[in-house]
Design a protein around this ligand. Structure first.
Ligand SMILES: [Zn+2]
Ligand SMILES: [Zn+2]
Ligand SMILES: [Zn+2]
Ligand SMILES: [Zn+2]
Length: 138
């Protein structure tokens, strides 16, 4: 019995577990999902329809665009923030971009380790600091 149960959708349909045959395993919350409750994309990303996981998917797209913009500004030795002309002062631990002393700051951030929230100090740019709440939700 247990073997069968590990291959069924774990998402909620109204008040009970969906239980349909699983089509994928969400890369963000590790829940199995059926065709109705998630998508397996062409690039092999597997994401369920839970709001938190969809937020993460959207945020990641935004983040990659941001990283690209920062990188191209850094190549010209400019702070990663558009229209900032101060000299470079530090590096963000999350996006690896370089920023001026105003746009990257030491912060106490929370992160997930085995689904447990932990704290640490890290230098973060404003963008990475702002997106952090999305990634500590489970
Ligand atoms: Zn999920
Ligand atoms: Zn389902
Ligand atoms: Zn950053
Ligand atoms: Zn700056």
């Amino acid at each position: 019995m247990t073997l069968v149960e590990t291959h069924i959708c774990q998402l909620k349909r109204r008040f009970r577990t969906c239980g349909a045959g699983a089509a994928g395993l969400c890369q963000y919350c590790n829940r199995l999902f059926c065709d109705d409750h998630g998508v397996v994309q062409d690039d092999r990303q597997e994401i369920c329809t839970r709001r938190f996981c969809q937020d993460k998917r959207r945020d990641l797209i935004r983040h990659l665009e941001y990283k690209e913009a920062v990188e191209s500004r850094n190549e010209r030795r400019l702070c990663g923030i558009e229209s900032c002309s101060r000299i470079l002062g530090g590096r963000c631990a999350r996006c690896d971009g370089y920023f001026c002393g105003r746009h990257v700051e030491p912060r106490e951030e929370m992160y997930l380790q085995n689904r447990v929230r932990m704290r640490r100090m890290a230098s973060l740019c404003h963008h990475c600091w702002a997106r952090r709440p999305i990634w500590v939700r489970t």
